[in-house]
Ligand binder design. Sequence first.
Ligand code: HGY
Ligand code: MN
Ligand code: MN
Ligand code: MN
Length: 417
Amino acid sequence: MKIAVNLDRLSSELEDLASFSDAPPSEEGTAVTRVVFTSTDLEARTFLETLAEKAGLRIRRDAVGNIFFRWEGSDPSLAPIGTGSHTDAIPHAGMYDGTVGVLGGLEAIRALKEAGFQPKRSIELLMFTSEEPTRFGIGCLGSRLLSGTLSPEKADALIDKHERTLEEVRTAAGFSGGLDTVKLPAGYYHHWLELHIEQGPLLEREGLPIGIVTAIAAPASYKFYLEGFGGHAGALLMPERKDALCAAAELILSVERNTLATGAIDTVGTVGTAQIHPGAVNSVPSRVTLELDLRDIDPARRESVIEAVRRDIAAIQAKRGVTVREELVNADPPATSDATIVAALEEVCRDAKILYKKMVSRAYHDSLFMARISPIAMIFIPCRNGVSHRPDEYASPEAIGTGVSVLAAAMARLAAQ
Ligand code: HGY
Ligand code: MN
Ligand code: MN
Ligand code: MN
């Protein structure tokens, strides 16, 4: 079967999708900000549904806004093959993170249809709600609920920076119904694949067009609330102060020091946000909130880092007279790809003489949670300089086309079984 990916169609759809954005223009490239349940997110969803309807797919939306696009197979009673990713984007991000897996998945389905392929198993494209942690502070909200990894009650109580709950926001966006209806049964998908840009430099550096992901690193995130004693920057003398921002600075350096101390390249720690109260140049900070993102392919090693940071926090509290409260947001295990899907991807690459390498994903993806309810694997394509979550994020049409053709061929094999 000759699968012809329509690169012009796909490239122009990626451009169109990128236009649904709240980001100001950037000289660095096509900046995209598309936060879950904002009007730009809702417009992007409508755009996607219009394309899927044109492709003859059946559409279902669940109570948290995950959208399912189904191509019925000749035996609808069989568990389907699933593919998909996300279209939400963190502030000032790029236009390829997630979208390549959603529009690329749609293009793979269209290419198979246009090649006259008829799947035995249905093939279902999934657009996940809120893969990014931007609005509600936790990543993969949609896939956590699909996999039963996050309780509906806890999810609905999540609040955004305007103190609005997920329940209020999703209902206002038109997604009502109980979140307890979202969870999918184990084995819902016979096999699950996600196409995604690598978000790292390895494939480009080695001149390889395809990465077959064998494992996804284990992400954890924490919030730290530091409370000191602040006041007038002129009148409050140094010995009287309990400067929460100085304490936070020591905590941040403790994260860096303890992450590096494992000596493992797979251990990464980032304090990505700091909210300072009252945040005035002439006022000694009395409160600071930090968010920590800590990952490793080895969860025990990741735990050893947070334990070491906790020891440093105890010393910072004693030395500075501040209090530090820790809140665990998530601490997830890694996921391992399924050998059958990996083998199918290797066969597809070998048959098409496409060079590939097996590799670990350091970014997390919705597939990390889909692995709880179905066998998974991911396909990576190179992105320029390995850059992501920035306006200069870029994947060439050729790279995207190769990823889509591998996805299409693998799904055809798996859907025929
Ligand atoms: O942060 C991540 O790994 C994902 O891109 N949200
Ligand atoms: Mn991302
Ligand atoms: Mn992503
Ligand atoms: Mn991701």
